[in-house]
Design a protein around this ligand. Structure first.
Ligand SMILES: [Cu+2]
Length: 119
């Protein structure tokens, strides 16, 4: 009887702590974007900062990788990627939203002049 009670309590504590860790710890995700310059960096960082649940964003222009810290209770990776896509940039496997992309200054569009002739 005593033994069973102990095991039950231990299990509850264990499950409780696992759920707690998943829900409240800030998570960090690295997303490859199509950012080109410092203007792209500023634009992506600014828009992501407005995204609910995002607590920190840093985009490295050299690697084009955005490092995003977020509250998993308020947002998720899909929403963060959707934000970047809407701004006009690729986010990992998702291609930039054409509407957002069209609003970008020419210098911030992918591949420079060559690609722009096809747009
Ligand atoms: Cu740019």
């Amino acid at each position: 009887m005593q033994r069973r009670l102990f095991l039950g309590t231990a299990f509850a504590v264990l499950t409780g702590s696992v759920t707690l860790a998943d829900d409240t710890k800030p998570q960090t995700v690295k997303i490859k974007t199509s950012a080109i310059c410092k203007m792209c960096k500023a634009r992506i960082e600014r828009n992501l900062a407005y995204e609910k649940g995002v607590t920190d964003v840093t985009l490295d222009v050299d690697t084009k990788v955005a490092t995003v810290t977020f509250n998993p209770k308020k947002t998720d990776v899909a929403k963060i990627k959707a934000n970047i896509v809407k701004t006009g940039y690729d986010a990992d496997e998702i291609s930039a939203d054409p509407k957002g992309y069209d609003k970008l200054p020419n210098c911030c569009k992918k591949g420079g002049e060559k690609l722009m002739q096809h747009q």
